[in-house]
Write a protein that binds this ligand. Structure first.
Ligand code: SF4
Length: 70
């Protein structure tokens, strides 16, 4: 499972950084991003123990900006 933030959709509300604070952070541009992305496309491989938090964050995002890739 991987996750990324679609910057063009994110409004920087910070919900995901509260729900999954080990995965998402607010970047210098005021928008969310994954912490320590493993690929150039800013995708992060999600550890097993964070999967539920990431799913919660994706469902809670008001603009649907979190993309989860199975
Ligand atoms: S919850 Fe969605 S809109 Fe809010 S900061 Fe995270 S990705 Fe952006």
């Amino acid at each position: 499972m991987k996750a990324k933030v679609k910057k063009d959709t994110c409004i920087g509300c910070g919900a995901c950084t509260t729900i999954a604070d080990q995965i998402f952070q607010i970047g210098d541009d005021g928008l969310a991003e994954v912490i320590n992305p493993t690929e150039a496309e800013k995708v992060q491989e999600i550890p097993e123990e964070e999967r539920e938090n990431v799913m919660d964050a994706a469902e809670s995002c008001p603009t649907g900006a979190i993309e989860v890739i199975e």
